[in-house]
Design a binder for this molecule. Structure first.
Ligand code: NAP
Length: 275
């Protein structure tokens, strides 16, 4: 059972996961905040695994709507965990690199202390802790900088802007791991098949700044738009972002899973986008 089936990741999970019987739900099918409804849909389908990819993902809007952020991103997952526990289903919850403060300069391991700086990050960090209380064996798959065909994402924005502007300013002082939703969907399937539990860092391999990512997107699409590096201060946004949120692949390697590089993933995304 996939919660968030209408989202960026959810669409690829629905497309890729053809080997098993899948039930996909969007917010109109079952709102995470409605504990009774969640229990009802889980009870009816009695899934072996629940993948919880539903969330309030607009990081900047979360700053001005903290109640909604905590209701959907923390309390909602707790409702799902209780429903899963009742029927003995396994749970894989999608979390984020934004649970970290970004003050490190080497990849974050799964056990590193959480210290979220934004409302979104706090809602995810608190969800992780609550889920581990309700279902100690659940799997928490932290990912980052998600891109794909099924929704708004950074490469899509860059390509739309690059088509109409001669130059783009992009921040060069935040580093992370871009992750293609198709590769993430495949890694999630592999984690479920491996009966994964605990925290797993699940991103494409390699890292870059948003500026480096944008430059590769523009070049890969064959555009001549100039991409200029700027600082986060010059591009202030409501929610603070970690300066460095590269996630170590060690936890994923424990399951024998290796994700492709983000450059390879970007090439496949650009080809898929071109159709
Ligand atoms: N995007 C990123 O860069 C990123 C980075 C790190 C982690 N993540 C995590 O990865 C997961 C997938 O992200 P995504 O980018 O695929 O998300 P997305 O495209 O924003 O999709 C969000 C999904 O959640 C559903 N949803 C929203 N509010 C809901 C509610 N109250 N009840 C039930 N469902 C609700 C939406 O359903 P409707 O469309 O039907 O409303 C949609 O299917 C999320 O847990 C996210 O926090 C994302």
């Amino acid at each position: 059972m996939i919660f968030g089936a209408s989202g960026l990741l959810g669409k690829d999970l629905m497309r890729e996961w053809t080997s098993d019987e899948i039930v996909g739900l969007g917010s109109r099918d079952a709102d995470l905040r409605n504990a009774n409804k969640i229990r009802e849909v889980v009870d009816k389908a009695r899934p072996e695994w629940i993948v919880l990819a539903a969330a309030y993902t607009n990081v900047d809007d979360c700053e001005s709507h903290p109640d909604l952020a905590f209701a959907v991103n923390r309390d909602g997952p707790v409702n799902v965990a209780h429903a899963a526990k009742q029927i003995g289903a396994s749970l894989l919850f999608l979390s984020s690199d934004y649970v970290f403060d970004g003050k490190k300069s080497s990849p974050y391991e799964t056990g590193h202390e959480r210290n979220p700086q934004s409302v979104y990050g706090r809602s995810k960090a608190e969800a992780e802790l609550r889920l581990l209380e309700v279902l100690p064996d659940c799997c928490i798959a932290r990912t980052s900088w998600l891109f794909g065909i099924g929704g708004n994402c950074f490469p899509d924005t860059i390509l739309k802007l690059a088509a109409t502007r001669p130059a783009l300013d992009v921040v060069n002082d935040q580093r992370g791991c871009p992750t293609y939703s198709v590769d993430l969907a495949r890694a999630i399937m592999a984690l479920c098949r491996n009966h994964a539990s605990g925290i797993v860092h699940t991103t494409n391999s390699g890292d870059c700044s948003w500026f480096e990512f944008a430059r590769e997107i523009v070049t890969g699409a064959g555009l001549a738009t100039e991409v200029r590096p700027v600082s986060s201060q010059q591009m202030a946004r409501p929610a603070p972002r970690p300066a460095y949120s590269v996630l170590s692949a060690k936890s994923l390697e424990r399951y024998g899973i290796a994700m492709p590089t983000w450059q390879d993933a970007l090439k496949r995304y650009l080809a898929e986008r071109k159709g």
